[in-house]
Design a protein around this ligand. Structure first.
Ligand code: ADP
Ligand code: MG
Length: 466
């Protein structure tokens, strides 16, 4: 290729890669197609991770974008993983040769028209959603409730063959499912940039499917999804009850698993609890590895707070960290939000960071937490604490080992909820309100006299209130 005026200079490496890509295109599409469509392409240059290819006409450009651009890009990525996209530019028409009157050829040429560049968007980037740069394995704090899920996620991220398929992550809101999925995607992108990793929400999957249906282009939709190496679909509970999306998702899922591609799914509940999902799909989702992310423990919350405070570059007194860890227990998103509020407040007003300040700033959040305790929760916490069964709370058994914990539970209901004595009695096997009153008095007395009861109550209250 003769470099033209204005042509971007091209290094030898990229020239060699272009020759290899051309050879592969020729082998793949045959001589005729190659001569007609691909031979007229020239290498224009390199802009960071994007190769610019020039074409003689707009028509050829559009044809290439529609039929070959994606293949050129993926061949190029296979030759050089650093290349992530290609762009096609129409070459300015060559100026007609102007006979030089004096033989010097100094006649000024018209400036070449600015080439109109059409970016051939990476269809896989369009398919997925973007990844949050903060969501990596490095920023994820590991603790008992999530260690299994993290280990599974790391296995997937570090393996070239699916170690289990699918990996199904589930857990309540704000416990780190999305964070872990992004972490897997980042890690694979770093380790194996040529693998096509697509991350998207089930909602976006549905939206794309519906659009394909509307545009009568389900074939491309299918082809695109089936050529992915790692497919991650977040919040699949979203497609419960949406029949045709489910169906399509199931086909995509099976096609990818058959081809040995990795699938990672998340949901807010386990596969068996996904009602509104067809039975065969539900059972299929549970075939791989199902990893639960459990609600956070006090230790994990403390660890997360320490890590976030470090990242924010602020010193947060231990008492404040402990206060937040024991009071904001619902999920990590709220915990982060609470820490941010406190940090911003102290930065803005220059007040010292104390527990009193936290109580003040987070009043709404804390109140919402305290309100959340229900009689059911109290009963469950008490039976777990004493190793009893839930039925013991409403039974008529009077043995001390059952009766005392029952009284503790009634006392806690009086302390932690706004329920009346008759309402509480009803929940304990229809007991009379005087029985509840007696229990409350009894435990109040024991609280003073019996260190074991006092400790039990403290543990239970901390667990229930956070
Ligand atoms: P989910 O998708 O399960 O609803 P996210 O992944 O969106 O939850 O997590 C909510 C927020 O909490 C995010 O900002 C995330 O970074 C953070 N987070 C959750 N778990 C952890 C953890 N173990 N370590 C650090 N940050 C966490
Ligand atoms: Mg999420």
């Amino acid at each position: 290729m003769v470099p033209e005026a204005g042509a971007i200079s091209v290094s030898r490496d990229i020239q060699e890669q272009w020759s290899r890509v051309r050879a592969m295109l020729r082998a793949e599409f045959g001589d005729t197609a190659f001569r007609t469509w691909l031979k007229p392409l020239d290498l224009g240059g390199l802009e960071q991770d994007k190769v610019v290819i020039t074409v003689p006409t707009t028509f050829i450009r559009d044809w290439i974008v529609a039929h070959y651009a994606d293949r050129i890009r993926s061949l190029w990525t296979s030759v050089n993983p650093q290349i992530r996209s290609i762009a096609l530019a129409v070459r300015p028409a060559r100026p007609r040769p102007v006979p030089a009157a004096d033989g010097t050829g100094a006649e000024p040429r018209p400036a070449p028209a600015q080439p109109e560049v059409v970016h051939a968007p990476d269809p896989f980037e369009e398919l997925g959603a973007s990844l949050d740069p903060r969501f990596t394995f490095e920023t994820f704090v590991v603790g008992k409730p999530n260690e299994f899920a993290v280990a599974a996620a790391e296995r997937v991220a570090m393996s070239d063959e699916p170690p289990f398929n699918p990996l199904f992550l589930h857990g309540g809101v704000g416990l780190g499912k999305t964070h872990l999925m992004h972490a897997i995607a980042w890690r694979i992108r770093a380790r194996r940039p040529e693998r096509r990793v697509v991350y998207l929400s089930a909602e976006k999957f549905m939206y794309q499917f519906v659009r394909a249906l509307r545009q009568k282009d389900v074939v491309s939709f299918k082809e695109l999804f089936r050529s992915v190496d790692v497919l991650m679909v977040d919040d699949v509970q979203f497609i419960c009850g949406k029949e045709s999306t489910q169906e399509e998702f199931f086909h995509t899922f099976n096609a990818l698993v058959d081809r040995g591609r990795q699938i990672v799914i998340s949901a807010d509940r386990s596969p068996t609890d996904l009602s509104g999902l067809e039975e065969r799909i539900r059972s299929r989702l549970g075939w791989g590895l199902v990893a639960d992310i459990y609600p956070t423990t006090y230790e994990l919350r403390l660890g997360i707070l320490q890590s976030k405070a470090e990242r924010l570059g602020v010193h947060v007194p231990t008492a404040v960290l402990e206060f937040l860890a024991s009071h904001i227990t619902s999920n990590v998103r709220e915990l982060e939000g609470a820490l941010n509020r406190v940090v911003h407040h102290t930065r803005l007003f220059g007040t010292p960071m104390t527990v009193e300040l936290c109580r003040d700033i987070l009043r709404d959040l804390l109140r919402a937490h305290e309100r959340r305790v229900t009689i059911d929760e109290i009963q469950r916490a008490v039976v777990a604490h004493y190793g009893l069964r839930l039925a013991d709370m409403s039974s008529s058994r009077r043995a001390r080992a059952v009766a005392r914990p029952r009284q503790v539970a009634m006392y806690l209901c009086k302390q932690l909820t706004t329920r009346s004595l008759p309402e509480i009695g009803k929940k304990f096997g229809g007991r009379d309100h005087t029985t509840v009153m007696h229990a409350v008095r009894q435990i109040e007395r024991l609280r003073e006299e019996d260190p074991q009861i006092r400790q039990d109550l403290e543990t239970l209250i901390r667990r229930l209130r956070g």
